[in-house]
Design a protein around this ligand. Sequence first.
Ligand SMILES: Nc1ncnc2c1ncn2[C@@H]1O[C@H](COP(=O)(O)OS(=O)(=O)O)[C@@H](OP(=O)(O)O)[C@H]1O
Length: 388
Amino acid sequence: MKRTEQHGNHSWIVTNFVSSRPWQPRLYQVVLLIFGALFAAANVLFLLNNKKDPSAKTFIASNQVHNSQRYPFVPADLIIQCGLAEHVNLETLPEKPLTKSLGFVKPHKVGGSTVANIVNRIVWGRNMTKMIPSGYINLGFPAPFPGDYKQMKQFNNNNNNETTGIYRFDAVSNHAVFNADAFRTYLKEPMLSFTILRDPLERAISAFNYIPPYSYGNYSWQHFIRTYKNITHIKTRDDAKHVNPMAHALGWYHSRPPILISGNNSNTPMKGMMWTTAFDHNESAIREFIQKVDIEMDLVMILDHLTESLLLLRDELLPEELEVTELLWSNFKMLYDHFRDRLLARWEAKVEQAPEETIQLKNGLNCLYELSRNFSPPRAIDSQSPFR
Ligand SMILES: Nc1ncnc2c1ncn2[C@@H]1O[C@H](COP(=O)(O)OS(=O)(=O)O)[C@@H](OP(=O)(O)O)[C@H]1O
């Protein structure tokens, strides 16, 4: 029913829903009430959950950590099936931050995600803070560290660098270019700096397979070699991922002033800079650089010796501060071994193993494998690789 009220010179049309009968809820009001109640309940639950588990604060979570369970990547049944359960007690694992911050330099295609996952899990489990890039991938790379990163919302005076006032984190594990001074500015003291390297040719093949535009399969390995062999400047992020990228991540190109690209290019991935490759074959300069890295980096791990590398990493901390199981859990070989054994057991248990079909399939697969070898990057041209 519509009512017109007169107030001085103004008149309002007041629409109301008053009926002559006592108030009775209508369907839309009931629906609104239910939604309101659900919304309020969800908010309360969210607040309670965050209060209960401070490590669930979104700031600490990395892009690789998706839910609020304490160790999200390890299904409990897998731990049990792998015989680790008797060694691991989730409840008694230390929750204290490590005595050192973790400055992990992650070059591309060197097994860095495996190591970054270890760092992330340690950070997650021990209620530590990690510097997160704004875009979740690069802390500046290929430009200088740290680039744009998410600021800590709550400043804690204990964590601030006394000289700069900048918040200091417990860990860094995204793609970045190592600079000892810059890392020390943003990471708590004492810092444990480490990285991982891989045979350069293996790495280049991995990059060829995974990094655009080559990963799209439209260009040959020969095209890849031709493109990068005589490159004079690193101008794009893809150049940086393909040309001497492990050295780039360790600071090789940044040890000389960049060439500034004219115009306003500060928003490009390279931040308006490019780097010359003129010194890439200068042996004495390379030796000098290796010496510098040797002094500044606490541990350089090697992918082919990951187990030994991780144990040496553990030894950089206080005795017993980091349990081997905390490293083991991210060992995807364990996952592989587990499912390989499961598959073989299922095969053994198969009632009829069908020998004729087995031979036919095996021959066909061999044939396909030979074909693919002939049409994929031929190892014979390894010696021409600019990465050697
Ligand atoms: N534990 C372990 N042992 C041996 N090899 C391993 C391991 N973890 C990762 N890898 C191999 O590393 C390659 C992926 O590297 P990244 O994780 O650094 O890639 S990325 O830059 O983060 O995209 C990729 O190499 P390729 O398979 O040759 O492409 C992975 O297979």
